[in-house]
Design a protein around this ligand. Structure first.
Ligand SMILES: [Fe+2]
Length: 301
């Protein structure tokens, strides 16, 4: 079995998690992402770990996510539904194994850590994203680190700096407090300052923690493996946003911006966030999402 990250240069190493970085991967050589394999995976993956969604992105960049159910459809029929609409499916904790029975994502991250000795994720969470030709993902930021491994179709991703106007503290605090989805305020004029990649099968892309990004599929059926990975750096940033958001909203304070808070300050804020969570200070504010459609009853528009 060949390498999953065949060519990693010194330049890649210095850019990793500091700048948006695209690189080649070898996952397609496994032959595990054919229509037949995807259909089988859809049929065996647990319902409660399978998301079926539609993103309604408005002209002002805001997005409403409609959540559905797969309604007992076969894997083949589900793939048909995805090909004809704007659906996107997410198989959370997808367990994809190579011909020797090894978990493919574990192998990938083993190689990634080999290339980047400072990388020590204590949790890797693979999401297999199967999405429609017209599917789009709005401007948002993720809490963990993310490597997007692209497998089928073409998609365009814009990645923005993780500071200043692109990532306002108050907006990210709302995400940390789960008052909203991960959407952030967005201005199309910012695209000029974004790193933009046209992803083809066999390419992967990774970006700095919390860097906002958005994605447009380019008229083709798409499959990608979005691997979230949790590290101490990501955890401290999340805890600091959570604490700052709590101080701002529940206690009327104006905390110091995260960009001016060093690792020790972030660690202190993370520690405080664990206290706030134990005390359930923010529980009532968390957003809830209800199911709105059933794919077995037709493709929603
Ligand atoms: Fe994301």
């Amino acid at each position: 079995m060949g390498s999953l990250i065949p060519a990693w240069t010194e330049a890649d190493r210095s850019q990793f998690m500091n700048q948006p970085l695209a690189f080649r991967h070898g996952l397609l050589d496994t032959g595990l992402f054919t229509d037949e394999a995807l259909a089988r995976l859809l049929e065996t993956h647990p319902d409660h770990l399978t998301d079926v969604n539609i993103n309604d992105i408005h002209d002002d960049g805001t997005c409403r996510i409609r959540t559905g159910t797969r309604g007992g459809l076969s894997g083949d029929r589900l793939l048909e539904r995805v090909r004809e609409g704007r659906l996107w499916m997410n198989l959370r904790y997808a367990d994809i194994r190579d011909c020797d029975g090894y978990n493919l994502v574990d192998r990938f991250f083993g190689e990634l850590a080999g290339h980047n000795p400072g990388l020590r994720p204590f949790g890797v969470y693979p999401n297999l994203l199967i999405s429609a030709p017209q599917a789009r993902v709005p401007y948002h930021a993720d809490t963990p680190g993310v490597v997007l491994i692209h497998l089928v179709g073409r998609k365009r991703i814009w990645i923005y700096p993780n500071s200043g106007k692109f990532l306002r503290d108050e907006a990210m605090e709302r995400v940390a407090l789960r008052e909203t989805t991960e959407d952030l305020p967005y201005d199309p004029a910012w695209d000029a300052e974004a790193a933009c990649f046209d992803l083809e099968p066999g390419q992967a892309v990774v970006w700095p923690y919390n860097a906002p990004h958005r994605v447009d599929n380019q008229g083709t059926f798409n499959v990608s493996l979005s691997c979230e990975f949790m590290t101490w750096e990501a955890r401290l940033r999340h805890g600091a946003y959570y604490t700052n958001g709590t101080l701002r909203r529940r206690f009327g304070l104006s905390p110091k911006p995260l960009a001016e808070t060093g690792p020790v300050g972030q660690a202190a804020r993370w520690a405080l966030s664990t206290v706030f969570k134990k005390l359930k200070v923010n529980r009532a504010a968390e957003a809830r999402f209800e199911t709105e459609f059933n794919v077995a009853q037709g493709t929603p528009v």
